[in-house]
Design a binder for this molecule. Sequence first.
Ligand code: KIV
Length: 261
Amino acid sequence: MNKRITAATLAKAKAANEKTVWLTAYDTSSAQLAEAADVDVLLVGDSLGMVSLGFDSTIPVTLDHMIHHTAAVVRGRQTAWVVCDLPFGSYQQSPEQAFETSVRVLQETGCDAVKLEGGVPMAETIRFLSDRGIAIVAHIGLTPQSVKKFGSYKTRGTNPDEYQAILNDAKAITEAGAVAVVLECIPEKLAEAITATIAIPTVGIGAGAACDSQVLVWHDLLGLSEKNPSFAPAYIHLREQIITAISRWRDDVRLGKFPKT
Ligand code: KIV
């Protein structure tokens, strides 16, 4: 069996200029399949709410949802590093609230790290958690939990002020002790500048090829989504294949051909 991936493995990979591969997972079977494909990091994203629970944003996702699904992913992992998204409202109030939430997540799921959205405004919280031994992945650029504030899921950092603010976010979360940072939907030039500037691994999604690592949402990669973002082409179209298989079985049942006698 390969050695378990740790935060140190990811840091070494950045130093060696080796890309690591992150993929979202939401249950034991997706974790087992990603492990079989030698994925390095399983991210239990709060995209769970949209791809699996039928919500129209990540806002309604609760801590109990995240714990339930992260524990299932941990049961399916062998060597991958497992990261759990802290859901909206479970960490923004204070560093103490974030600490209590993270302790619950780590104790009740067995995962390795927590991820939270925000840059400069979350730096104090990241420092508080990091000083207490918690591995934190930060998430900057497009932060879906703030969709009500921004009103859209559009690319961030396209004007000079926002560009500089996101660069400042990256520096602040690094200084505060984050072990990696997700860069979501920012211009490639900005992701490249951040990747060259900060010491921790950058994990891109819709942020171009210069990042240290890439992450995709399970449903987008496998063609299970009704519509994919432009930066995430499906590598297989499972949605059509699943519908075809179910329809064939449906016909066999209706025609009395299943089960075979
Ligand atoms: O919730 C999620 O799946 C994420 C990824 C898109 C990075 O945060």
